[in-house]
Design a binder for this molecule. Structure first.
Ligand SMILES: N[C@@H](CCC(=O)N[C@@H](CS)C(=O)NCC(=O)O)C(=O)O
Length: 209
């Protein structure tokens, strides 16, 4: 049952792609809260797509509300879904604990951002095959540092803002293989396995390619 204690406009559609790791964070949050919002696997290559009007940054995920307005990015979508649900399942009410969790959630999301930056730096130099390796290595250091951080500050394996973002990020780095984080922190590998066992939506949202 949705409580909607803040009289928020109902979410209508979660626009994302089955391949997007940031979209996966929002999808997993939606599923953790009972899958109330339909998601659409949008075609990023369609020039008529209204995404630029919905998010001037042209990024997904982007959640459309019943009144046509849009909410993004993934972190704000997750908070919106949790506030609309009304049970504080993903994040407690504003409190020291909530701000610590928001900070951890941004570190967890940053793992995907660093991994993304590595992928794009390598992809964006097709002509000379000369990515800036200093930049690539600096991105990898961010992943290594964040894996070390979560190895010491492991979140619960229940679904919340931090655990969902961390699981999506570790899954993405495993998928793209920028860093062998499981060798760096076998404990975190165990953590991801437990998260996946407890939360079937992890397995249900694994990108297919
Ligand atoms: N900070 C954003 C990042 C979203 C993002 O970068 N999404 C990618 C797809 S996974 C995207 O839309 N990229 C297109 C672009 O940057 O133009 C979030 O957390 O939602």
């Amino acid at each position: 049952m949705t409580k909607n204690p803040f009289a928020l406009t109902a979410p209508k559609a979660l626009r994302t792609s089955g391949k997007s790791p940031f979209g996966r964070m929002a999808r997993m949050a939606n599923m953790a809260l009972g899958s109330k919002v339909a998601w659409e696997d949008m075609d990023r290559l369609n020039p008529a797509d209204p995404l630029p009007q919905q998010n001037p940054l042209r990024k997904i995920p982007c959640m459309i509300l019943d009144d046509g307005s849009a909410i993004h990015d993934s972190t704000i979508i997750m908070q919106y879904l949790d506030a609309y649900d009304g049970r504080n399942m993903l994040l407690p009410a504003p409190s020291p604990e909530a701000f610590a969790m928001l900070t951890d959630a941004i570190i967890a999301k940053g793992i995907t951002e660093a991994a993304f930056n590595m992928v794009y730096e390598i992809r964006n130099h097709p002509e000379d095959g000369q990515p800036n390796m200093e930049y690539v290595d600096a991105q990898r250091e961010k992943i290594i540092g964040s894996v070390a951080y979560f190895g010491k500050n492991m979140p619960a394996t229940d679904a919340n803002l931090v655990s969902i973002k961390l699981a999506a990020s570790l899954g993405y780095v495993r998928f793209r293989a920028q860093h062998d984080w499981e060798s760096q922190s076998p404990k975190l590998g165990q953590w991801l396995q437990e998260f996946a066992d407890k939360n079937p939506f992890y397995g249900e949202t694994i990108p297919t390619e």
